[in-house]
Design a protein around this ligand. Structure first.
Ligand code: DC
Length: 229
């Protein structure tokens, strides 16, 4: 199968909309590969921090992006395990600080360009579920099904709060709310690849939906497109 014939489902949306959990479960259900593109931006920011690279030093950031030494695996409980230079960094990547640093470097067109092919390389048979901000608009514009998830900021902050608390992080809901709003603002208003639904995306408001309902909805849409065996 030629790479451009490998079917792709894109799931874009803001932080805390549920796209990470949904895309991971959908990929598992279909037996397809999964791309967590936010993790790639988070890893680039973390690599820059660890190598003492200033967040405004564009050529050095691009170097980090080009030579990222990362590996994606899965832990026994089905969660993603992510390694940078051989060291597991999954927990560190999930913090809101890491999301904020990722959002800052993601506004730089040169960094986005350097990460483009790395993301497209995930398109392997039998299929790919790709989650991010610009999966349907820029990275996989020919995707067979594009979903765009939304949820109220209150609901997204609550979800993140519960997730981070469960992982043992000591955080305040007010601070989280402010950080998520600032990140939404930056991601939606940057000139390159801003967070927005593709013209042919199905927009789903997930504020009141459980993860099971989200998965059911996504599977039904995939079925309608002939993507479920
Ligand atoms: O999905 P996430 O919260 O892990 O993403 C972290 C940041 O990375 C997000 O605030 C903006 C950036 N990002 C992006 O610009 N484009 C993507 N496709 C994915 C993430």
């Amino acid at each position: 199968m030629a790479t451009n014939e490998v079917p792709v489902i894109t799931i874009d949306g803001p932080g805390g909309s549920g796209k990470g959990t949904l895309s991971r479960l959908l990929a598992k259900r279909l037996g397809w590969h999964w791309l967590d593109s936010g993790a790639i931006y988070r890893l680039t920011a973390l690599a820059a921090l660890r190598h003492g690279v200033d967040i405004d030093d564009v050529p050095a950031l691009v170097e980090q992006a080009r030579h990222l030494n990362v590996r994606f695996g899965e832990s026994d409980d089905g969660e993603a395990s992510i390694y940078l230079d051989g060291e597991e960094v999954s927990a560190e990547l999930r913090t809101e600080q890491s999301g904020e640093a990722a959002s800052k470097i993601a506004a730089c067109p040169e960094v986005r360009e350097a990460l483009l092919q790395r993301q497209r390389d995930f398109r392997q048979p039998p299929g790919l579920v790709a989650d991010g901000r610009d999966m349907g608009t820029v990275v996989f514009p020919d995707a067979r099904l594009k979903l765009f998830l939304t949820a109220s900021i209150e609901e997204r902050a609550q979800r993140r709060y519960k997730q981070l608390k469960a992982q043992g992080f000591d955080i305040s809901i007010d601070a989280l709310f402010r950080e998520i709003s600032a990140r939404d603002d930056r991601d939606m208003n940057r000139p390159v690849s801003p967070l927005r639904p593709a013209d042919d995306a199905v927009v789903i408001d997930c504020s009141e939906m459980s993860i099971d309902e989200m998965l059911e909805t996504a599977l039904k849409l995939a079925e309608e497109k002939g993507l479920v065996a």
